[in-house]
Design a protein around this ligand. Sequence first.
Ligand code: CO
Length: 134
Amino acid sequence: MIGRLNHVAIAVRDLAKATQVYRDMLGATVSEAVPQPEHGVTTVFVVLPNTKIELLEPLGAQSPIEKFLARNPDGGIHHICYEVDDIVAARDRLVKDGARVLGDGAPRIGAHGKPVLFLHPKDFCGTLVEIEQA
Ligand code: CO
């Protein structure tokens, strides 16, 4: 059912510093920082030949990554995102198999302007999984 790895998201406390690490030390192509108030994060996309890395910095007091950073003060891998052809069909199949979808279960428009859902880490090997309709 899942297709390509769309991105790996890394939560960081200092986006400028993380951008510098990826751009200057690792020599990657990085985007400008994009504030995404509706998601409570500011993002920088690192474009790799086969996938993307999404650097996330908290934006606002209600940021969904604040708790994660309190537990992981050095930052860390926050979630991984797989592409699916049909997000509603994927959700229905996962729910039927007993997986928990976060939130109200309705796909939201994600950071790339496409419908996404998040799946409970306890059902997926301890990893928060995002699925995105390709
Ligand atoms: Co993501």
